[in-house]
Design a protein around this ligand. Structure first.
Ligand SMILES: C[S@@+](CC[C@H](N)C(=O)[O-])C[C@H]1O[C@@H](n2cnc3c(N)ncnc32)[C@H](O)[C@@H]1O
Length: 208
């Protein structure tokens, strides 16, 4: 684990505070509040979604591959009324049996995983036939001018954002992985640099 990885985890909640208050918290509440049954959250980070899981969640499993993040997540869980199992695993290789989750939650993670296509294949494998992927992701801009800046500044963003890619067309990746997007909202991550502002929030189901 790099020093920057440790610093990033330690500062994550503070770095995100403005964006959380202005935009993200409301989306997390509306989206994560719709999770039900046996739920898997990938890349749970410091646990920003924990307050928003409701009573319809029968069991919550949260994966997080980075140790400094996982420790913060466990601390937050210990201080909350919510119980969840924390599993240290990357989204590309998840140690669960096929068709074992009703819902998978991914918030601000598909920008960072090493291999989005492989991660989405894993998510699809783990979802029950009528299961849902709830996603909230920052993505490549539809505006060609901003997309060009996202491509130009992408290398710097990967370093500053500890692996975060600002120019990924995550919606296209979700669809290419065999999902149908049934609900979709676009928004802007105010209080963040323009290259990480475009947001997609939605629900997807695996095609039969
Ligand atoms: C920007 S943070 C988002 C954290 C949290 N999901 C949220 O909404 O605040 C990205 C997270 O993805 C995690 N991550 C990095 N590589 C990953 C991978 N291959 N699989 C799953 N999560 C990964 C990071 O450790 C970090 O916790």
């Amino acid at each position: 684990m790099s020093i920057w990885g440790r610093v990033f985890a330690a500062g994550y909640d503070r770095i995100m505070e403005g964006a959380e208050k202005s935009v993200l918290r409301a989306h997390r509440q509306a989206l994560v509040g719709r999770a039900s049954g046996r739920v898997l959250e990938i890349g749970g980070g410091t646990g920003a979604n924990l307050p928003f899981y409701g009573d319809d969640v029968a069991e919550l499993v949260i994966t997080e591959p980075e140790e400094p993040m996982a420790r913060r997540l466990e601390d937050k869980l210990a201080a909350s009324a919510r119980t969840a199992e924390v599993v240290r695993a990357p989204a590309e290789d998840l140690p669960f049996v096929d068709a074992s989750f009703d819902v998978v939650v991914s918030t601000l993670v598909l920008c960072t995983v090493g291999d989005p296509a492989k991660s989405l294949t894993e998510i699809r494998r783990l979802l029950k036939p009528d299961g849902r992927l709830l996603f909230l992701e920052h993505v490549r801009s539809d505006d060609p001018g901003l997309a060009r800046w996202q491509d130009r500044l992408h290398g710097i963003q990967v370093r500053i954002g500890h692996g975060c890619h600002c120019n990924r067309d995550t919606l296209a990746s979700i669809e290419s992985a065999g999902f149908t997007v049934s609900e979709l909202r676009h928004d802007q991550l105010l209080k963040a640099p323009p290259i990480v502002r475009p947001l997609v929030i939605g629900i997807a189901q695996a095609k039969a």
